[in-house]
Write a protein that binds this ligand. Structure first.
Ligand code: PLP
Length: 376
């Protein structure tokens, strides 16, 4: 049997006619930039997330970059985030001449640890302007203590919700839990377009207006520039595709949640709990399972065994950001953030897309059982 890591084709087959009709309508209109599909999608995403405003931008990376700019982050400012995330989170901080400061992660949720965040702030809060918690793999970070600390120290909170559209924390959705929420529509995300795209949500009208200026080179009136911004717009073709797909998002998320629960059951039934640490969902959280990540010893050997029997897996992420070559100047050393470093060696993402079938999940779990039966 072959089990793909992600099968976008099976999703596309079901919505093909609907999507092509909308794409054709955009082409027929010849209106490609900032038209009714972008404004329509912005309203729909804002409402879906429970945020007052949403601003379409060119990518998830730009959503983070523009949010930092809107928050007034600039050269020499410090921004605290997690090292266990996709590069864009910290890369965007560094691109503005600001300094990424890394807190360690919670050993079970893999999200930024509020305790680690608090001890960083207690030690030295000078120059810190913002915090970027990442809602990793589809689960929200522990936002209550994070927001409490942010209020105490006067910091902006920018959620990196690229992997977590629709995720809930104590009944509220990702993107409505901080000052701004950043989404990515990269094809592998739960809501993916046919290329690059992103969105920022916010409850603050001033920030929304500033973001709208920043995506068009800082202008409110064409050719008059109040601030320096970027060319970072979501385009009409992508927005049209996303509006079709957004209607299916809840049902696709339901498929992911169901598949995650089924993996949990299969691993327990196979008696693998001692060897395979299953995803831990914090009380009050609804994960949207962009990834189903287990933590295992002998991770790399297991991964090549699975590959040999036809099961594709991924590693998110093999090297924490504080140890990346490009951040050498920050002065971190191996051992500085032990939980992130350990997790980077043990985390393994299994196929979890909505269309994944029960027989395929059983094959994955029995493949893992087979590996540990042989190797122990
Ligand atoms: C995908 C992702 C991004 C970046 O999004 P792009 O649209 O690829 O630029 C940022 N942060 C996290 C956590 C992501 O998973």
């Amino acid at each position: 049997m072959k089990v793909q890591f992600l099968d976008l084709a099976s999703q596309y087959r079901k919505i093909r006619n609907e999507v092509l009709r909308e794409v054709k309508a955009v082409c027929d209109s010849q209106h490609y930039v900032l038209g009714k599909n972008v404004s329509g999608l912005e309203a729909e995403i804002a409402s879906y997330c429970g945020a007052r405003f949403a601003v379409g931008v060119a990518s998830g990376t730009d959503a983070i970059l523009l949010s930092l700019m809107a928050a007034g982050v600039g050269p020499g400012d410090r921004v605290i985030t997690t090292p266990f995330t996709f590069f864009a989170t910290a890369g965007s901080i560094a691109r503005l001449g600001a300094i990424p400061v890394f807190a360690d992660i919670h050993p079970q949720t893999y999200n930024i640890s509020p305790d680690s965040l608090e001890s960083l702030l207690k030690k030295n809060s000078k120059g810190v302007k913002a915090i970027i918690p990442v809602h990793l793999y589809g689960q929200c970070a522990d936002m209550a203590p994070i927001n409490r600390l942010a209020r105490g120290y006067g910091l902006k909170v920018i959620e990196d919700a690229a992997q977590s559209i629709g995720a809930e924390y104590r009944g509220r959705r990702a993107g409505a839990l901080g000052d701004m929420g950043c989404f990515s529509f990269y094809p592998t995300k739960n809501l993916g377009c046919f290329g690059d795209g992103g969105m920022v949500t916010t409850g603050n009208e001033k920030l929304a207006l500033k973001l709208k200026m920043l995506r068009v080179h800082g202008s409110k009136v064409r050719y008059y520039h109040d601030i320096v911004g970027a060319n970072s717009r979501l385009d009409e073709l992508q927005a049209a595709v996303l509006r079709v797909k957004l209607k299916h998002l809840e049902s696709w998320t339901g498929g992911r949640v169901k598949n995650a629960a089924r993996y949990d059951r299969l691993f327990r039934k196979a008696g693998l709990e001692g060897l395979v640490a299953l995803p831990y969902i914090q009380d009050g959280n609804r994960s949207v399972f962009n990834q189903y990540v287990v933590s295992v010893k002998k991770r790399d050997e297991l991964r090549s065994h699975l590959s040999q029997i036809g099961v594709s897996t991924e590693i998110y992420y093999p090297l924490p950001l504080h140890l990346q070559r490009c951040f050498k100047y920050l002065g971190y050393r191996k051992g500085d953030l032990p939980v992130s470093e350990k997790t980077a060696k043990e985390a393994l993402a299994l196929p979890i897309y909505p269309e994944l079938r029960e027989a395929e999940q059983k094959y994955v779990v029995s493949g893992i059982a087979g590996f540990y039966a042989k190797s122990s």
